[in-house]
Design a binder for this molecule. Structure first.
Ligand SMILES: C[S@@+](CC[C@H](N)C(=O)[O-])C[C@H]1O[C@@H](n2cnc3c(N)ncnc32)[C@H](O)[C@@H]1O
Length: 351
């Protein structure tokens, strides 16, 4: 039995001294969480210096990697050493590598063989550096994640952390004329692939439907109370706002998850009270074009962080939540109240 001492000796009547190591650790963890707040300082160092030495050089080719500090922050915030972390769209394996270095177990799936191979190389590098955790990656379509990963891990994950593909034009590599000999800046590695099955290449409505299916599978991988962290951001298309963060929350609710927090992960640093933005070439170029066309836009300097969780209470129905079109969507008040109750509205073709 762990020891807890309450010291009520003279002069210390209102002071409680706790000597139970587990209780102390829990209090420190709670205090640490409390002052971390909803704005995550995740880019005090630029992305290159966050990755140096931890990722194989070829990883740079991926057009939309997550900042390692975002992953580290989420893992520290929502898991304990030994916990299982899942990334269904893991790219070159940032989530897996950072989880390993923090002593967690990790499992990822990635649609593209090219990125899966790089994730494997990054896992091998982390092992060679004696990272205390372990990770596995599977080349698979995350819309069928439950059949892609070992069944023993179903219902055991503490955290899912992921980012849907979006706005490919914001990302990628560039080479100047001096390097290529061709006129104008040349873009390369600015798309995930040319495969139309990759959710990066579909309309926003299809992306959201696919992402809701992925979240539905992830819900079954989580233990009750397990958390999902999704980074995303809005963008403008022909002047119209594409509210991907709002759509992602709705997709999560459709998948039977409950929203618990909404945070911001900074993509720029704060130095001497000044914010230092670090926009990519593509962001700057797009904003300039929009402004020339009369659209007053600013560079986005943060990711929206959507935090949801698998409900703690058992659902009142045996049915699984459905991410297919047969069920009502968020926005439909009946669907929302059912989701609030951890319940699910079934449509005619819904199992
Ligand atoms: C925003 S990136 C994630 C990058 C990753 N967090 C990293 O740091 O490398 C989204 C990834 O989702 C992958 N993807 C797209 N559709 C997918 C699907 N149906 N199943 C699994 N992965 C998919 C893309 O190939 C891309 O690598």
């Amino acid at each position: 039995m762990p020891e807890t001492t309450t010291d009520t000796t003279a002069g210390a009547a209102d002071e409680i001294v706790i000597t139970d190591a587990a209780a102390l650790a829990a209090i420190e963890h709670a205090a640490d969480r409390a002052h971390r707040g909803s704005v995550w300082l995740t880019a005090q160092r630029n992305s290159r210096s966050q990755r140096v030495g931890r990722y194989v050089q070829e990883s740079v080719a991926h057009p939309a990697k997550m900042l390692p500090e975002i992953v580290r922050h989420a893992i520290a915030q929502y898991t304990a050493p030994g916990d299982l972390v899942v990334d269904p769209m893991c790219g070159i394996g940032t989530t897996l590598v950072e989880a390993m270095h923090l002593g967690r177990r990790a499992v990822g799936t990635e649609y593209e063989a090219r990125w899966t191979t790089l994730a494997e190389a990054n896992i091998a590098l982390a092992h060679s550096q004696y990272a205390p955790g372990d990770a596995q990656v599977f080349n698979a379509d995350a819309r069928a994640i439950l059949s892609a990963v070992p069944s023993e891990i179903h219902g055991t994950a503490a955290l899912v952390i992921t980012s849907p593909p979006y706005g490919a034009s914001l990302h990628g590599q560039v080479k100047p004329t001096a390097e290529t000999g061709q006129s104008g800046v040349q873009k390369f590695d600015y798309r995930y692939s040319t495969d139309k099955g990759n959710l990066a290449h579909v309309k926003v409505s299809e992306l959201i439907d696919g992402f809701a299916k992925i979240l539905s599978g992830c819900r079954e991988l989580l233990r009750p109370g397990g958390v999902v962290v999704i980074t995303t951001r809005p963008w403008r298309e022909h002047g119209e706002l594409v509210d991907l963060p709002g759509e992602v929350v709705a997709a999560g609710v459709r998948a039977g998850l409950e929203p618990i927090e909404r945070c911001v992960a900074l993509l720029g640093g704060i130095r001497d009270g000044q914010f230092i933005a670090r926009p990519s070439f593509f962001q700057l170029s797009n904003i300039r074009k929009e402004r020339e066309a009369g659209q007053l836009q600013a560079v986005i300097t943060h990711e929206d962080v959507i935090v949801l969780r698998r409900p703690l209470a058992a659902a009142t129905t045996d049915r699984e939540p459905c991410a297919d079109d047969c069920c009502p969507r968020s926005g439909d008040s009946a669907a929302e109240s059912a989701a609030d109750a951890g319940d699910h509205l079934a449509g005619p073709d819904c199992e």
